[in-house]
Design a protein around this ligand. Structure first.
Ligand SMILES: NC(=O)C1=CN([C@@H]2O[C@H](COP(=O)(O)OP(=O)(O)OC[C@H]3O[C@@H](n4cnc5c(N)ncnc54)[C@H](OP(=O)(O)O)[C@@H]3O)[C@@H](O)[C@H]2O)C=CC1
Ligand SMILES: CC(C)=CCC[C@@H](C)[C@H]1CC[C@H]2C3=C(CC[C@]12C)[C@@]1(C)CCC(=O)C[C@@H]1CC3
Length: 343
């Protein structure tokens, strides 16, 4: 059971058992905060943390976790790969509205949303994209569609009672990552990582998790009446874009897998991914097939998508705390169990 000192400020991390949420919780402890974690499943233990289990769509579950809290970090979401429109709307849109109302009821003054830089991404190149870019008019999936609605709701709720800010990370990686690195390795193990999509020269942001955490915490600390951060969105990246296929190749070589040597034109593979998606849709009543190369993944692998952090640097003094090379090294070290045993 967590012991609390009266002088410590308490923060609540919604989705705090997830990849990013747990890193936020651990860094908050390091920086001297008391921490509540709220999640639908409790997947780890830590004597310093007070855990609350529940669905964020239920006010009565949320309220005990929000009492007397200095700041709330909202990083719960269904995984981006869930192909479930109803679930995304229920959690990301309705659940976020319920959370905002609960924060107000509990008297919480600061709410930090984990949004995504992809809210402006439509599958076409973005080079040094700023927060001034319009939201995607044609979001590439339900995940992106509901992240846009979620961000608009949170920023629209900014008021004297509840100050809000949205952090837009991109391509988060690091220890305990359940998405990027495991998907890359699973694709390599399945023998599907033989070809690069496009010419391999598309620059992309990959962001080490501790930098994303740092962006969230400094935003929360700045979030008070009169601050420029109130009601605004902020890109948070490593500020060091890298060729998509160089990044993936570094993870693959680090874990002793072969890297792709040949390339297929982007338009060809995108068209094939569209066709595969269409056939999966037709076959859905009979069988559920989850293709590795969805149009979204192909677009993410073959286009430029990197973003400017200038606004975060200016308004909250943001600078990455872990350089990209170090982040890659720490990540590879954290996944010894995914090393290729066949070499
Ligand atoms: N990973 C990335 O590259 C990026 C992520 N983001 C955003 O960052 C945030 C965190 O992502 P990440 O840590 O990778 O994701 P995770 O899936 O690791 O974490 C999300 C957590 O939220 C929990 N959760 C889901 N639904 C509910 C609910 N109804 N009530 C309470 N808890 C719930 C999940 O539980 P369970 O696992 O049981 O579903 C999980 O523990 C998300 O908002 C995501 O959109 C933004 C940009 C990039
Ligand atoms: C071609 C192939 C199989 C690559 C494997 C890596 C991918 C799993 C990642 C490459 C870019 C990543 C990314 C996200 C998820 C993982 C990747 C597709 C997000 C969609 C996660 C959620 C977001 O908010 C945006 C991210 C963009 C980049």
């Amino acid at each position: 059971m967590a012991t609390r000192t009266r002088s410590k400020k308490t923060c609540t991390v919604i989705g705090g058992c997830g990849f990013l949420g747990r890193h936020i919780a651990e860094q908050l402890l390091q920086r001297g905060y008391a921490v509540n974690v709220f999640d639908i499943r409790t997947t780890f233990t830590d004597d310093r943390i007070q855990f609350f289990e529940g669905n964020l769509c239920q006010t009565e579950c949320l309220l005990p976790a929000l009492e007397g809290v200095f700041a709330v970090f909202h990083c719960a979401s269904p995984p981006y790969s869930a192909d479930d429109r109803e679930l995304f709307y229920r959690v990301n849109v309705d659940g976020t509205k319920i959370l905002i109302a609960a924060c107000k009821q509990a008297g919480v003054k600061r709410l930090v949303l984990t949004s995504s830089a992809s809210v402006v991404y439509e599958g076409k190149d973005i080079k040094n994209g700023t927060e001034e870019l319009p939201y995607a008019a044609k979001p590439i999936d339900y995940y992106t569609e509901t992240k846009i609605l979620q961000e608009k709701t949170v920023l629209g709720a900014d008021s004297a009672d509840l100050h809000t800010v949205a952090i837009r990370p991109h391509g988060i990686f690091g220890p305990r990552d359940p998405h990027m690195l495991p998907t890359t390795i699973a694709t390599a193990r399945a023998g599907k990582m033989k070809f690069m999509i496009g010419n391999g020269k598309n620059l992309v942001d990959f962001t080490y998790v501790e930098n994303v955490v740092h962006g969230h915490i400094i935003a929360a600390e700045k979030l008070e009446a009169g601050s420029p951060v109130c009601g605004k969105a902020y890109n948070i990246t490593n500020d060091d874009p890298i060729y998509f296929w160089s990044f993936l190749s570094r993870l693959l070589t680090g874990l002793q897998y072969d890297t792709p040597k040949y390339s297929i034109p982007y338009t060809v593979i995108f068209f094939i991914a569209l066709l595969v998606q269409f056939f999966c849709f037709l076959l859905r009543p009979l069988v559920t097939i989850r293709p590795t190369f969805t149009p979204m993944r192909v677009a993410l692998a073959g286009t430029f998508h990197y973003y400017s952090c200038d606004r975060a640097k200016r308004d909250m003094g943001y600078a990455p705390v872990v350089p990209l090379d170090k982040g890659i090294e720490l990540t590879i070290k954290a996944f010894p169990h995914l090393k290729n045993s066949r070499t």
